[in-house]
Design a protein around this ligand. Structure first.
Ligand SMILES: Cc1cc2nc3c(=O)[nH]c(=O)nc-3n(C[C@H](O)[C@H](O)[C@H](O)COP(=O)(O)OP(=O)(O)OC[C@H]3O[C@@H](n4cnc5c(N)ncnc54)[C@H](O)[C@@H]3O)c2cc1C
Length: 329
C-alpha cells in the first residue's frame, strides 16, 4: 500500500501528490480491493464504448451501457477509485452548494429540473447499492446547520425555497434545542434535517460499482493511461501499449485527464482546492457526538463550506484548510 500506484504519470504534479496522499489514506485502509488489479492494456481491443476513467462517472456509464447491450472497455491510468471517487467526503446529497445562483442562471423551471435531477442522483446511488449489494456504509440523514445568529433566517429561507420553489418537500426545521439534541455542539443554533440524503464510504462504493461493472460484462483495464484519442466515425483510444477501437468514447477522467481531450474542453478544467481529514478513532464517544450519524454541512461564510460526518471532515476554503476543535472535526 505504500508503493506508488504502478503506471502513474510522474509528469503530472496532481498525480504525484495524489499518489503520496492515497498510499496511507483512511479509505484505502478500510476498504478491500480485489487481490489482483485488472490487467493492463496490451494490444488491441474492440468495443462499442470505450470509457476513460474508472471513477463514479466512468463506472456508471459502463453499467448504463451494459444495461443497453453495448460492449464496454473501461481504461484507467491507475485503478478503480484512484481519483476523487475514492477519496471524497462521501456526502450523498440533494441540491447544490449555491441554489440561488443556480436559479438565477437557469430560471425557476431550470432550477426545479436541476433539483429533481439531484434527487434522482441520490435515488440512483441508493438503488445501485441495493441492486448490486454494495456494502459501503450508506447512512441516511443530513443536517445543514447555522453557526451564527444572522445565518439562521438565511437557512430558514433556503429551506422554504427548497420546498416551495424547487419542489423538495422532505426537509424539516430544527430549532436550537432540536439541533443540539442531534449534535453535541454549542456552535449550532438551528438546522435543517433531510432524511433522504446521507453519506457513504466513497471508495467502497466505487469498488462496488467496479465489481458490478465486471459482473455485468464490462472489461476493466488498469494502469493504462490514455495518451491519445483519434476522433472519427470509429474512434481509436490509445495507450502506450495498446489501443481500443470503438464507436463511442466516454471521457470520464476528471481533472487529471491531461491534454487527451480537445483544447476547448481542456481549457475548462480549473484547479479547486479541497481537503479531507480523518480523525483518530473516537470509539463510543463518536456515537454521543452525532447520535443519528447524520452527515453535517455548516455554511460558515460565502466562500467557505465545511462538511463532516463522524470520522471525516472536508473543507474547500480558497486554498486553505481551517480546522477547529469541534465535535464533528
Ligand atoms: C476532497 C474532495 C471531497 C469531495 N467530497 C464530495 C462529497 O462529499 N460528495 C460528493 O457528492 N462529491 C464530492 N466530491 C466530488 C466527487 O468526488 C467527484 O465529483 C466524483 O468523484 C467525480 O467522479 P469521476 O468519476 O468523474 O472522477 P474520478 O473519480 O476522479 O475518476 C477519474 C478517473 O480517471 C482516471 N484517468 C484520468 N486521466 C486518465 C487518462 N488519461 N487515462 C486513463 N484514465 C485516466 C483517473 O485515474 C481516475 O481513476 C469531492 C471531491 C473531492 C476532491
Amino acid at each position: 500500500m505504500n508503493a506508488p500506484t504502478p503506471g502513474f504519470n510522474r509528469l503530472n504534479p496532481l498525480d504525484r501528490r495524489a499518489d503520496a496522499l492515497i498510499a496511507n489514506s483512511y479509505y484505502e485502509a478500510s476498504a478491500d480491493r480485489p487481490l489482483a488489479d485488472d490487467p493492463m492494456l496490451d494490444g488491441a481491443l474492440e468495443a462499442d464504448v470505450c470509457v476513460i476513467g474508472a471513477g463514479f462517472s466512468g463506472l456508471s456509464v459502463a453499467l448504463e451501457c451494459r444495461a443497453r447491450g453495448l460492449s464496454v472497455v473501461v481504461l484507467d491510468a491507475h485503478r478503480p477509485g484512484w481519483g476523487a471517487s475514492g477519496r471524497n467526503g462521501g456526502q450523498t446529497l440533494v441540491g447544490f452548494a449555491k441554489d440561488e445562483i443556480i436559479e438565477r442562471q437557469l430560471g425557476l423551471d431550470g432550477a426545479r429540473a436541476a433539483w429533481a435531477m439531484s434527487v434522482e442522483g441520490v435515488a440512483l446511488v441508493r438503488e445501485r447499492i441495493e441492486r448490486y449489494g454494495i456494502d459501503c456504509d450508506f447512512t441516511s440523514g443530513y443536517l445543514t446547520v447555522a453557526t451564527k445568529p444572522k445565518r439562521v433566517p438565511n437557512l430558514r429561507a433556503w429551506m422554504e425555497s427548497a420546498s416551495q420553489r424547487w419542489g423538495y418537500t422532505r426537509l424539516s426545521w430544527l430549532d436550537t434545542d432540536e439541533v443540539r439534541a442531534r449534535v453535541a455542539s454549542r456552535n449550532y443554533l438551528a438546522g435543517v434535517y433531510d432524511p433522504f440524503s446521507g453519506h457513504l464510504h466513497p471508495l467502497k462504493y466505487c469498488l462496488g460499482l467496479a465489481d458490478a461493472a465486471r459482473r455485468e460484462g464490462a472489461q476493466l483495464v488498469a494502469h493504462s493511461s490514455v495518451i491519445e484519442v483519434v476522433r472519427g466515425v470509429r474512434p481509436v483510444v490509445r495507450t502506450a501499449r495498446g489501443e481500443v477501437r470503438c464507436r463511442f468514447v466516454a471521457a470520464c477522467g476528471n481533472a487529471t485527464i491531461g491534454d487527451v481531450l480537445p483544447a476547448p474542453v481542456a481549457a475548462r478544467i480549473a484547479p479547486i482546492p479541497s481537503y479531507i481529514v480523518a480523525t483518530e478513532p473516537l470509539g463510543k464517544a463518536a456515537d454521543a457526538l452525532i447520535k443519528g450519524r447524520e452527515a453535517i454541512c455548516e455554511t460558515t461564510s460565502s466562500s467557505t463550506i465545511s462538511v463532516c460526518r463522524r470520522t471525516i471532515a472536508c473543507c474547500s476554503a480558497g486554498g486553505r484548510v481551517r480546522l477547529e476543535r469541534r465535535p464533528c472535526n
